[in-house]
Design a protein around this ligand. Structure first.
Ligand code: NAI
Length: 458
């Protein structure tokens, strides 16, 4: 009899399993993919970051002339780039197997179903357990009428494994996946057109910061067609033909491409577990509603990560998982969902935590704001990474409510502001901390000073 069986070895599930074992529970983790780490490690966060880094180095070559460096004869070996990505993924997934052994987590390989509360079935074997944690993650949302074949019409999985650079890649959806993978292929030489339903990119990100990101990404070669919905993708002689409707108008355009990436969101994977028969409540979008201790509507069955309502982010799933099993072990687990950072790993990076300006306006909350552009930051000037800005939002008495960055290393810079918000820090607390010179982090300090009416370099 196990104390806990975790279904799914993604960042939510494997972290929960390890933490539960550390707390003395007898734990098993079931995974059917054949390798550990879930979407994030196998076909998501990690391979995309490997390709973003490799393609970034390639793109950088054409900017070295400004530094007085002439590069001749540079060429792209896509196979080698992909092999490096696969090795990074392979090493990390194997690392989780090592951590399972080290912490005494039993790995059960195969796809699980839940025949009854307290039972997990894998193959023909039924495993008895006191608690079950569903950490089955998410999968790409399909676009009605568009069939993903992973050869020409791709999800993120196919777009991470192309064997040649497309001539024209059309990305459907200007969200995180569309922009990250769109930039990879644009850097490697593809013409990339991003078609987005809304009249802006990066829904959910502060509008002013999203505009800065759009400008910077356009400068780096991405073409945007906003306010357009893709209605159909048909295979023809000249390649793929996309039927694109202008939202709110009767106009229909055609775009021809050789590859299409569908990146219109992700949906929870909760089918096939037997939840209906068990009476586990699943909402109309497939998510499992849970209470404050991550328990579903059936006692002893818990759920975390992408398959429960909330942001679909690996680090949020990890926090869920740790809080859930700490609760099971009698500790006080807690996640502060207002302070979960989000990072888009494009160049420039886009990073945010807390409320956007739009959300504060909608809620009628009084706020003050400050901004500092990287153009005025001496480190950014010396590296040539001057696109973007740091923006902070605070209550009138200075308590940080949100922070948003578009700029190089934004994904690292946001950590200071996450910690500040987690500790209830004020603009003055951040501004009064000494920031090294010259550093990109000085832009964080200056944005806080700006909100206080005291910016030095603006
Ligand atoms: P998303 O929800 O971020 O963006 C999808 C976009 O597609 C939206 O802007 C939407 O308006 C647009 N769209 C929907 N239907 C359309 C249509 N028919 N025609 C044109 N545009 C259409 O979804 P995405 O990028 O697929 O990411 C999925 C999830 O994965 C997100 O929750 C994201 O947070 C997560 N993720 C996070 C990463 C990170 O943290 N760096 C990296 C990759 C994914």
């Amino acid at each position: 009899m196990f104390d806990l069986i975790v279904i799914g070895a993604g960042p939510g599930g494997y972290v929960a399993a390890i933490r539960a074992a550390q707390l003395g529970l007898k734990v098993a983790c079931v995974e059917g993919r054949g390798s550990l780490g879930g979407t994030c490690l196998n076909v998501g966060c990690i391979p995309s970051k490997a390709l973003l880094t490799s393609s970034g180095k390639y793109a950088e070559l054409s900017h070295l002339a400004a530094h007085g460096i002439a590069v001749e004869g540079a060429s792209l070996d896509l196979n080698a780039m992909m092999a490096r990505k696969d090795k990074v993924v392979g090493d990390l997934t194997k690392g989780i197997g090592f951590l399972f052994k080290k912490n005494g987590v039993e790995l059960i390989e195969g796809w699980a179903t839940i025949p009854a509360a307290g039972q997990v079935k894998v193959g023909d074997t039924i495993h008895e357990t006191k608690n079950i944690l569903i950490a089955t993650g998410s999968e790409p949302t399909p676009l009605p009428g568009v069939e993903i074949d992973e050869t020409d019409v791709l999800s993120s999985t196919g777009a991470l494994a192309l064997d040649a650079v497309p001539e024209h890649l059309v990305v459907i959806g200007a969200g995180v996946i569309g922009l990250e993978l769109g930039q990879v292929w644009a850097r490697l030489g593809a013409k990339v057109t991003v078609v987005e339903y809304l009249d802006r990119i990066l829904p959910g990100i502060d509008g002013e910061i999203a505009k800065l990101a759009q400008r910077a990404l356009s400068k780096r070669g991405l073409k945007f067609q906003l306010g357009r919905a893709v209605k159909a993708v048909d295979a023809g002689e000249g390649g793929l033909s996309l039927t694109v409707e202008r939202v709110g108008k009767d106009t229909v355009d055609t775009i021809v491409a050789d590859k299409v990436l569908v990146a219109i969101g992700r949906r929870p994977v909760t089918r096939g577990l037997g939840l209906d028969a068990l009476g586990v409540e699943v909402n109309e979008r497939g998510f499992i509603p849970v209470d404050g201790s991550f328990q579903s509507s059936v006692p002893g069955i818990y759920a975390i990560g992408d398959c429960v309502p909330g942001p679909m982010l690996a680090h949020k799933a990890e926090e869920d998982g740790v809080a859930c099993v700490e609760g099971l072990a009698g500790l006080q687990g807690h996640v502060d969902y207002d302070k979960v950072p989000g990072v888009v790993y494009t160049d420039p990076e886009v990073a945010s935590v807390g409320a956007t300006e739009e959300a504060l306006k909608d809620a009628g909350t009084d706020y003050i704001s400050g901004k500092f552009t990287f153009m005025a930051n001496s480190r950014a000037r010396s590296t040539g990474e001057t696109d973007g800005a740091v923006k902070v939002l605070a209550s009138p008495d200075g308590v940080l409510l949100g922070a948003h960055i578009c700029g190089a290393h934004g994904g690292d810079l946001i950590a200071e502001l996450v910690l500040a918000m987690a500790k209830g820090a004020t603009l003055t607390d951040v501004a009064a901390s000494c920031h090294a010179h010259p550093s990109m982090a000085e832009a964080v300090k200056e944005a806080c000073l700006d909100a206080l009416g005291r910016a030095i370099h603006a």
